[in-house]
Design a protein around this ligand. Structure first.
Ligand code: ZN
Length: 240
């Protein structure tokens, strides 16, 4: 974004930079996590589409991203967005074509801000990252709801988790429409979804996945919910 025309655009650009700076300084995102056996209520604070009935520009929309993850037990956070659509070339796709069993297949995920209400009454805004793949449960149902009801921000959803690691299942249950939460009240607490995934240009992807020298401590590592994959608390982003 090199050129801004008009004062409004200049101010908007400055505001945007400020917003990004603050988001970066704020650092860690609050990833949605739940324990095995836990049941929590969540209220989606963003729609899936700008045409939705309750869409607000301030809150924005959830983001779907297809990502390639470097295969290997400790590599679940070494991942970047598939560049095939943007650059017509993608290192992850190339690896997948070479060996379709190696684990390079792009995985589609939804990132979206939610209000979380625990059984003890605690409430927090968090980023839900959840699979939109064949085994995903929350995202595919949410898409159906968005298409049928033209909004997803009008009710509580109950999510129950059972199992650990690969056996983890998230069972969504959709509540009745309610006025209890006004998503606009939380618009200033939302996490910047653009910082939830990593975009690496094709030219740099091989070096990203296979760095010549060991990479230093990346501050971003450890802030991703995926890091907790081996913990009892696991984000919904773990692929199951
Ligand atoms: Zn790709």
């Amino acid at each position: 974004m090199g050129i801004q025309k008009g004062l409004k655009a200049v101010h908007a650009y400055k505001d945007e930079l400020q917003r990004r700076r603050e988001a970066a300084e704020a650092g860690k995102k609050n990833w949605f996590k739940m324990d095995d056996g836990e049941s929590v209520d969540i209220w989606f604070l963003q729609e899936l589409d700008e045409s939705a009935e309750n869409y607000s520009e301030e809150s924005g929309i959830g983001v779907f991203a297809t990502e390639h993850v470097k295969p290997g037990k400790d590599n679940f956070n070494v991942k970047c967005v598939c560049s095939m659509d943007d650059e017509e070339a993608c290192f992850g796709c190339e690896q997948h074509r070479k060996d379709w069993k190696a684990g390079w297949k792009g995985k589609n995920k939804l990132y979206i801000n939610v209000l979380v209400k625990r059984k003890n009454g605690d409430q927090e805004v968090a980023v839900l990252s959840t699979s939109n793949g064949p085994k995903g449960t929350i995202a595919p149902l949410l898409i159906k709801y968005a298409e049928n009801k033209n909004t997803v921000t009008d009710r509580w959803w109950n999510i129950t988790r059972s199992g650990l690691k690969e056996e983890t299942v998230y069972q969504p249950f959709v509540g009745e429409p309610s006025d209890e939460v006004k998503p606009a009240d939380y618009a200033d607490q939302l996490f910047d979804l653009e910082t939830c995934y990593r975009v690496v240009p094709y030219a740099e992807q091989e070096a990203f996945f296979f760095p010549a020298a060991p990479r230093g401590e990346d501050s971003e590592e450890g802030s991703d919910g995926d890091v907790k994959a081996s913990d009892s608390k696991t984000s919904a982003s773990v692929d199951w």
